[in-house]
Ligand binder design. Structure first.
Ligand SMILES: Cc1ncc(C[n+]2csc(CCOP(=O)(O)OP(=O)(O)O)c2C)c(N)n1
Ligand SMILES: [Mg+2]
Length: 554
C-alpha cells in the first residue's frame, strides 16, 4: 500500500482513505453542492465519492458544456466555478504518460488560480484556496489538477485535516469623498443615464439600484446580463432607445458594467466626447479602461449603491421627470417599439425574427429563466423578450461564445428543480448555436429536466438559404466550393433529435403553430421539449443607427 509522505509516525489509526474521498470531502466542506462532468480514467472515483457525500453529480456529454453549466450555477448562486482535471501520474511525468500535458501552466491563462496539490494531505487547503480565489474580488474560474495516482492512493484518515469553509467574500466600500463627488456630478447632470451591468446582478444589488432609480428618477438601461436587475418593463427603463441614450447622455453611471465592446468602449461616435463616466466596479484594474472616468468608486456594487443612496438621503434630489431628455428618450422608445411591432405583425411566411419573439413574449411566464445564444437570434431576442427578475437571463455575453446555451439551461433547470419547482427554463437557440452542444439533449432527457428549447431556424449562421436555392447551388458543383460558409443544411428537423431521446418535438412554420406548440410545452411540466421554428432564411434585424455590431459579425 503506498503511504503518504506526511503521515505522522505517532498516528496509530489503521483506517485509510482514498485520494478521491479526500477530494470529495474537501469540496463538500467548502460548500460545493453540484458537480458537472464526464468521467473516465482517472477521475471516475471522484464523481462516485462526491455523490456518496450528497454532492449532486450531473453527467454531461462534453466537458465544455459541463464547464458552462457549472459557471452558470456559480453565477446564479454566487459560488463560482472550480475546475478539477485528472492529469497523468506523477512518476511518469516527462515520459509520455497517458494524457500528459502541462495542465497547471495551460490553465493559468484562463483562471484566477491554478495549482496541483503536492500530496493528498494538502488537497483540502488547495481546494479551499481555489474556492476562496474564485469568489473573492472579481469572481472567476479556478483550476485544481489531480495527478492520476492520487485518486486511489490510500492515506491514514487522521493524516488529513479539512480546512474550514472559506469565509464569505469581504464587502468593500468606496471612499467617502469619491461617493460625495459622484453624487454631486449626478446632481449636476443635464442628461443622466445609469447602466446596469452583470456585476450588479452578481452583487445582488437589485433592491438598492431600484431605490436609486426610483428615488432620483433616473433613466437606466441594462447590459445583456444586467437585464432584470430592475425589471425591463420599469417606466425608467430606456432599453428601447439604447443608442440614443448612450449617444447623448452627459453623465453615465456604470454599475458593474465594463466599457468593453458591448458598450462600444465608451468612445465617440457612440458617446459624447465630453461624457462624464462614474465608474463603479469591484475590480480596481477595470477603472479607467478606454476612457478617463470623472469619478471612480471601487467597491461592491450593492454597498456602493447604498453609499450613493445615503448621499441622496442627506440632500434629497431627483432628476426632473418633465425634462427635455426624458421627452427625447420617450419619443425614441416609441418610434423604435413601433418599428419592431410593425415587423412583428407582418403576415408573410416564413416568419421573421420579430414575429417569432413577439409570440414567445406573449406566453412566457414572468419568472422563467431565459437562456439565449446565436447572433440575430440572441440580439433580436434580447430586445423583445423581457426579464422581470435579476439573474434570470443567461446568454453568450461578453465573449459571444456559441455552445453555452444548453449547459446554462441545464444548470438553471437543476437549480429550479431544487429551489423553486415549477419554474421554467426557456432556451432560445440559433440553429447554428444549437449545434455546438446539441448532444446535451440526451443529458436533458436523462435527468428529465422540463426545459423548453426554441431553435430559431434560418438554415444558417446569421442567414441561410431555402431548400430550392440550396439544391440548385449544389447541383452542378461540389458544396465545398459553392456553398457559402454561413449556410447550414436547409430545413433540418432538429426536433427529431429531441424525440430520439424521449422528449417532445415540434416543427412549426406559422404563428398559429408556434402559439399552439408553446401553449402545450408550457402546460407540460413533466418533459423536455424542442420547438424547431422555421423562419425566413434571409431575415435580419431592423435597420440600426449604427452598424458596429452588425459589421463585427462578418
Ligand atoms: C465558439 C464559437 N465559434 C464560432 C463563433 C462565430 N459565430 C458567431 S455567431 C454564430 C452562430 C450564429 O448563427 P445562429 O446561431 O444560427 O444565429 P442566427 O444569427 O442565424 O440567428 C457563430 C458560429 C462563435 N461566436 N463562438
Ligand atoms: Mg441561424
Amino acid at each position: 500500500m503506498p503511504e503518504s509522505n506526511f503521515a505522522e509516525p505517532s498516528d496509530r489509526s489503521e483506517e485509510q482513505v482514498s485520494g478521491a474521498k479526500v477530494i470529495a470531502q474537501a469540496l463538500k466542506t467548502q460548500g460545493v453542492e453540484y458537480m458537472f462532468g464526464i468521467v473516465g480514467v482517472p477521475v471516475t472515483e471522484i464523481a462516485f465519492a462526491a455523490q456518496e457525500l450528497g454532492i449532486r453529480y450531473i453527467g454531461m456529454r462534453n466537458e465544455q458544456a459541463a464547464c458552462y453549466a457549472a459557471s452558470a450555477i456559480g453565477y446564479l448562486t454566487g459560488r463560482p466555478l472550480l475546475v478539477i482535471g485528472g492529469s497523468s501520474e506523477r512518476n511518469q511525468e516527462t515520459m509520455g504518460a497517458f494524457q500528459e500535458f502541462p495542465q497547471v501552466e495551460a490553465c493559468r491563462l484562463y483562471s484566477k488560480f491554478s495549482a496541483r496539490p503536492a500530496s493528498i494531505e494538502t488537497i483540502p487547503s488547495v481546494i479551499e484556496k481555489a474556492v476562496r480565489s474564485s469568489i473573492y474580488g472579481r469572481p472567476g474560474a479556478c483550476y485544481v489538477d489531480i495527478p492520476g495516482d492520487f485518486v486511489n492512493l490510500l492515506v491514514n484518515v487522521n493524516s488529513v485535516k479539512y480546512t474550514e469553509c472559506c469565509m464569505s467574500p469581504p464587502v468593500s466600500v468606496a471612499e467617502t469623498p469619491a461617493v460625495r463627488m459622484a453624487a454631486s456630478v449626478i446632481r449636476n447632470a443635464k442628461q443622466p443615464l445609469l447602466i446596469i451591468g452583470k456585476g450588479a446582478a452578481y452583487a445582488r444589488a437589485e433592491e438598492n439600484i431600484r431605490k436609486l432609480v426610483e428615488q432620483c428618477k433616473l433613466p437606466f438601461l441594462p447590459t445583456p446580463m444586467g437585464k432584470g436587475v430592475v425589471p425591463d418593463n420599469h417606466p425608467n427603463c430606456v432599453g428601447a432607445a439604447r443608442s440614443r441614450a448612450l449617444q447623448f447622455a452627459d453623465v453615465i453611471v456604470l454599475l458593474g458594467a465594463r466599457l468593453n465592446w458591448i458598450l462600444h468602449f465608451g468612445l465617440p461616435p457612440r458617446y459624447r466626447p465630453d461624457v462624464k463616466f462614474i465608474q463603479v466596479d469591484i475590480c480596481a484594474e477595470e477603472l479607467g479602461n478606454n476612457v478617463r472616468p470623472a469619478v471612480t468608486l471601487l467597491g461592491d456594487i450593492n454597498a456602493v449603491t447604498k453609499q450613493l443612496l445615503e448621499e441622496f438621503d442627506k440632500i434629497p434630489w431627483q432628476y426632473p421627470p418633465e425634462s427635455k431628455w426624458w421627452k427625447t428618450l420617450r419619443e425614441k422608445m416609441k418610434s423604435n417599439e413601433a418599428a419592431s411591432q410593425e415587423l412583428a405583425s407582418q403576415k408573410s411566411l416564413p416568419m421573421n425574427y420579430y414575429t417569432v419573439f413577439y409570440h414567445v413574449q406573449e406566453q412566457l411566464p414572468r419568472d422563467c429563466f431565459i437562456v439565449s445564444e446565436g447572433s440575430n437570434t440572441m440580439d433580436i431576442g434580447r430586445t423583445v423578450l423581457q426579464n422581470y427578475l435579476p439573474r434570470h437571463r443567461l446568454d453568450a455575453g461578453t465573449f459571444g461564445t456559441m455552445g453555452v446555451g444548453l449547459g446554462f439551461a441545464i444548470a438553471a433547470a437543476v437549480l429550479a428543480k431544487d429551489r423553486s419547482p415549477g419554474q421554467r427554463v426557456i432556451c432560445v437557440e440559433g440553429d447554428s448555436a444549437f449545434g455546438f452542444s446539441g448532444m446535451e439533449l440526451e443529458t436533458i432527457c436523462r435527468y428529465n429536466l422540463p426545459i423548453i428549447i426554441l431553435v430559431v431556424n434560418n438554415n444558417g449562421i446569421y442567414q441561410g438559404f431555402d431548400t430550392d436555392t440550396w439544391k440548385e447551388m449544389v447541383k452542378s458543383q461540389d458544396a465545398t466550393i459553392v456553398a457559402p460558409p454561413v449556410c447550414l443544411l436547409p430545413n433540418s428537423h432538429y426536433e427529431q433529435v429531441m424525440i430520439a431521446f424521449g422528449g417532445k418535438g415540434y416543427f412549426v412554420q406559422t404563428p398559429e403553430e408556434l402559439q399552439k406548440s408553446l401553449r402545450q410545452t408550457l402546460a407540460d411540466t413533466t418533459k423536455p421539449s424542442l420547438i424547431n421554428i422555421m423562419i425566413e432564411p434571409q431575415a435580419t434585424r431592423k435597420a440600426q443607427d449604427f452598424h458596429w455590431l452588425t459589421r463585427s459579425k462578418m
